[in-house]
Write a protein that binds this ligand. Sequence first.
Ligand code: ADP
Ligand code: MG
Length: 310
Amino acid sequence: MNEFELIERFFTHIHHAAGVVLGVGDDGAVLDVPVGEQLVVVMDTQVAGRHFPLDTSPFDIGWRALATNLSDLAAMGATPRWFTLALTLPEADEAWLSGFAEGLSVLAAQAGVSLVGGDTTRGPLTITIQAEGTVPAGQALRRSGARPGDGIYVSGYPGDAAAGLALHQGRLARATGSDSLLERFFRPEPRLALGLALRGKASACIDVSDGLLQDLGHILAASGVGAVLDLEALPVSAALAAITGEDARSWLLSGGDDYELCFTAPDAVVLPDTGLPLTRIGTVQASAGLYDSAGNTLEVAGYQHFGGAG
Ligand code: ADP
Ligand code: MG
């Protein structure tokens, strides 16, 4: 199978969005951006052994590579539309490619996006996806709009994915509900419906990829504000509590890979009901810094690619 057969066989049929004038097969894709909308462009790279364990199934590798990008679009409040795929592979293994393309296809169908181009090269397994979404002009969610008095919210149960990875790697012992934690790491669900529903409601938004405190810290820095967090209010899933007990909170505050949304909103806003639990975990304040309700400083720990722990 040469490169062109490989592309034809696995990457020309993922097509669920309108506006594709020219997709895979030419030197570039030609896309129609709906009139009155702005393009939102995101990119995310997954390196084997760094962003996912080497024994991750090809289906999950495909799913996660697209999911992390869709999560960025969700955080921007964008409607996902198209993506391109830069795939670096050690060898053209048909079973692997078929599983990988299936993982991409299933999530692409769910999200309604089309694969419109890419690049295929030989080398250590690395997947880069660039995705494009659209928003009505001026309505993209940003990190910079949090204001003193706004509530701070998080969707779902942060910490579950990091615990799932630890389970997979044998660093935590299994307990009731542990399968759901593994699922949270290997098949994250980009919160697209929530992102769309937060347009015009959230004052700031980010997706939680590197740890709740660290990612909230990005909102606070971009907005020039601080916050008080109510540690008692943090949502701990039953599955996380079952394996970590008292330690649940540190997983929740600093674990990565959840792809939940963390956002701020004024009290007057009626939060959207998308079926996802939304928990108010604190309040934005004018003075800088991140504190618990007793006034203690919260240390921000999270994943850093070039940090000591990264
Ligand atoms: P070029 O030499 O002009 O860069 P390529 O030979 O690399 O083009 O790719 C041929 C076509 O296949 C292009 O339309 C490109 O976008 C597409 N393509 C290449 N690799 C992939 C991939 N992994 N997934 C989807 N489309 C791809
Ligand atoms: Mg070319």
